[in-house]
Write a protein that binds this ligand. Structure first.
Ligand code: SAM
Length: 292
C-alpha cells in the first residue's frame, strides 16, 4: 500500500467518523421520521417494513445507495458478510433473514461506525450479528467461509479495488455469491475526478460498470452481471451528495445541516452545480457474481 492510498483511506475514515458522531437527529436535520423517509427515498430499495424493523440509529446513520439484501436469495442458516458495514443497517437486515442458525458479519475500518453498529446490534436484540474491525482490502475473515458477500456504497471508496475483488473471491465458499450496490460513473469530468471533496461523497473514486465487471472477472468470479440500476436525475444526485456525510462535526464544518459537510467545504449550492454537471454520468448499480 502506498502512502497516497493510506492517506485516502485515512481521510475517508475521518469523514465517516465525523458523519456518524454528528448531533443527534432530533436536534438536527429534522425528525427521525423525516430522516427515515430520506433514507427510504435515497436508497430506493428498503421497504417501509424493513425500515420499521430497525433501531432508529441504524436507519438515520445509513449511508448506502441501495438495498443489496433485497436481491439475494439469502436463506436461514447462511453466513452473510457485509463489506463496509457502517452503522449496521444491512448487517441487521441480513441477520433477520438468516435466522438464529445463520450469521451476519460486518467489516468496517472506522471505530466510530463500529461503536454505532454495536449499539444498534444490542438495541435490535439479535444475537447472530457482529461487526469486526478491518479493511476490505485485507478482510479479517477465513478463506471460503461465507455464503454471501454484500456491500452498500463502499467499494467506490477503496483506493485498491482489485484487492477488494480478490478478497471477495477468497472468502466466498464455492458456490457462494456476491451482491453489491455501489456508485458507478461514466465520463466523469476530469475536474470531478481530481476533486478530493467528492471522494468521500462516493463519487470521485467510483469506476465504470465495465471496469467493475472486469475487476470481478479478473478476481476469478463468474456469472458477473449488473442486475439493477438507479440512474440519478440531477435533483436526486444533489440530494445524494448532500446526504452523504451531511452534518460534519469537524472543526471546519458549520454546525449541522448547514453550509458545508464532511469538512470539505462543499456547500448545498456547490452540490447543486456539481449535480447538474454530472447528471446522467453517476448512478447506483447492483452487481452480482458467483464463485465457482
Ligand atoms: C458510504 S458508508 C456506507 C455504510 C453502510 N454500508 C451503509 O449502507 O450505511 C461507507 C462505510 O465504509 C467504511 N469504509 C470505507 N472504506 C473502507 C475500507 N477500505 N475498509 C473498511 N471500511 C471502509 C467507512 O468507514 C464507512 O462506514
Amino acid at each position: 500500500m502506498t502512502t497516497k492510498e493510506q492517506n485516502v483511506r485515512d481521510q475517508v475514515s475521518k469523514d465517516y467518523a465525523a458523519a456518524v458522531t454528528r448531533p443527534s437527529p432530533d436536534s438536527c436535520c429534522g425528525t427521525v421520521e423525516d430522516r427515515r423517509k430520506g433514507v427510504a427515498v435515497k436508497s430506493a430499495g428498503y421497504t417501509p417494513e424493513e425500515l420499521a424493523s430497525l433501531p432508529d440509529d441504524a436507519v438515520v446513520n445509513a449511508f448506502g445507495c441501495g438495498n443489496p439484501t433485497a436481491f439475494t436469495g439469502v436463506t436461514e442458516g447462511d453466513v452473510v458478510l457485509d463489506l463496509g458495514s457502517g452503522a449496521g443497517i444491512d448487517v441487521l437486515l441480513a441477520a433477520r433473514k438468516v435466522g438464529p442458525t445463520g450469521r451476519a458479519i460486518g467489516i468496517d475500518m472506522t471505530d466510530e461506525m463500529l461503536a454505532k453498529a454495536n449499539e444498534n446490534i444490542a438495541a435490535s436484540g439479535l444475537t447472530n450479528a457482529e461487526v469486526r474491525k478491518g479493511i476490505i482490502e485485507d478482510l479479517p475473515v477465513a478463506d471460503s467461509s461465507v455464503d454471501w458477500v454484500i456491500s452498500n456504497c463502499v467499494i467506490n471508496l477503496s483506493p485498491e479495488k482489485d484487492k477488494v475483488f480478490a478478497e471477495i473471491a477468497r472468502v466466498l465458499k464455492p458456490g457462494g455469491q456476491m451482491l453489491v450496490s455501489d456508485i458507478v460513473v461514466e465520463d466523469l469530468p476530469q475536474w470531478a475526478r481530481e476533486n478530493s471533496q467528492l471522494y468521500s461523497s462516493c463519487v470521485a473514486g467510483a469506476i465504470s460498470e465495465e471496469q467493475y465487471i472486469q475487476g470481478l472477472n479478473d478476481a476469478g468470479l463468474e456469472e458477473v452481471e449488473v442486475i439493477d440500476r438507479v440512474i440519478y436525475e440531477s435533483n436526486q444526485l444533489e440530494a445524494f451528495i448532500n446526504s452523504e456525510l451531511k452534518g460534519d462535526s469537524s472543526e471546519n464544518a458549520s454546525s449541522c445541516c448547514g453550509t458545508s459537510f464532511n469538512g470539505s467545504g462543499i456547500t448545498p449550492d456547490m452540490a447543486k452545480t456539481i449535480a447538474t454537471e454530472m447528471s446522467g454520468k453517476v448512478w447506483s448499480a447492483v452487481f452480482r457474481a458467483r464463485k465457482s
